[in-house]
Write a protein that binds this ligand. Structure first.
Ligand code: HEM
Length: 283
């Protein structure tokens, strides 16, 4: 062992690693870790407030990625492209799985742990997450009332409102079906996008055609199954949120003013892509 070498350097040598960052862009500089972590500001000294903030922050980062991928996929779908959007939707599905996995960490928080800091955040609630609403709107869960918490922030409200008036990922998929010669009624293609989609018999028939002949309509078939994965994962997130809420606050009202678990349980009934679920029954 060389005289100046410490024992840990023998086991875990930095090899040729760059160690001098006086003139170089470092990891922290590039990723702005100081800025990122400076957003982590617990109000109380309660141990679990750190966990609570971390899980919310991580969730917002994944939601941001999902919005970016969904937006890019939708832009390509509207041009009739399906291969790259499929790849992007696969990434959305993986990111959703990360979002859902985060509940496992949060579930280690007991009701008493939570109550130690609950008073600190008043009426703040995930109900007011602009990014979550954007994901819902892009996926087609249309409800203008849910955008109202953002009216005081035109920078958030503007893009949400624009997305509310534009086709969802499912609307764009139905346009693709029509472009391939499948009979999608004009009233479906030109529907009022501010409202949730209504189940439609002609759309179901079009999907039946695709599902009965996957080889002929392979990319549409794959797209449908990918969308189903997205909705499946969305349901899993909602369900885990509900369970986490029930085990943490029971049936108390939510900080955002809803009935709490009752409100979240009703949301489990939302169906984003109705005909994609019905086609299984009809086959
Ligand atoms: C123990 C932790 C949590 C509790 C007790 C909780 C509780 C609630 C409750 C009761 C609601 C209904 C709205 C209200 O009245 O406040 C809600 C909504 C919501 N929460 Fe949480 N939540 C927790 C963690 C999280 C986390 C980590 C996220 C991640 C971003 C999150 C995101 C949301 C979203 C997006 C909604 C709106 C859901 C909808 O409108 O369908 N929540 N939460």
């Amino acid at each position: 062992m060389a005289a100046q070498e410490r024992p840990d350097e023998q086991v875990h040598s930095p090899e040729q690693a760059q160690l001098d960052f006086r003139q170089r862009l470092s990891y922290g500089d590039y990723l702005q870790t100081d800025v990122l972590l400076s957003a982590h500001r617990p109000i109380t000294g309660a141990h679990d407030e750190h966990l609570f903030i971390t899980v919310h922050h991580v969730s917002e980062l994944w939601l941001g990625l999902i919005i970016r991928e969904l937006g890019a996929a939708m832009a390509l779908l509207s041009q009739g492209v399906t291969d790259t959007p499929l790849k992007m939707l696969s990434r959305v599905v993986r990111a959703q799985q990360q979002l859902t996995a985060a509940w496992e960490v949060l579930k280690t928080m007991t009701p008493a742990d939570y109550l130690a800091f609950r008073g600190a955040f008043g009426e703040a609630s995930g109900f007011q997450s602009a990014q979550y609403r954007m994901v819902e709107v892009l996926l087609g869960n249309r409800n203008p009332t849910l955008l109202r918490p953002h009216e005081h922030r035109p920078d958030l409200h503007g893009p949400l409102l624009a997305a509310l008036h534009a086709p969802s990922v499912y609307d764009l998929t139905l346009r693709l079906l029509a472009a391939r010669g499948l009979p999608i009624p004009p009233e479906v293609l030109e529907r009022d996008f501010t409202q949730p989609p209504q189940e439609n018999a002609a759309v179901l028939d079009a999907w039946l055609t695709v599902y009965r002949d996957p080889d002929r309509y392979w990319d549409l078939y794959e797209l449908a199954e990918k969308l189903l994965d997205v909705e499946d994962n969305f349901r899993a997130w909602r369900f885990n949120h509900l369970t986490t809420v029930e085990r943490t606050i029971g049936f108390k009202t939510g900080s955002g003013g809803t009935s709490g678990a009752g409100y979240l349980r009703r949301a489990l009934g939302i169906v984003l892509f109705p005909e994609l679920w019905q086609v299984r029954t009809a086959l």
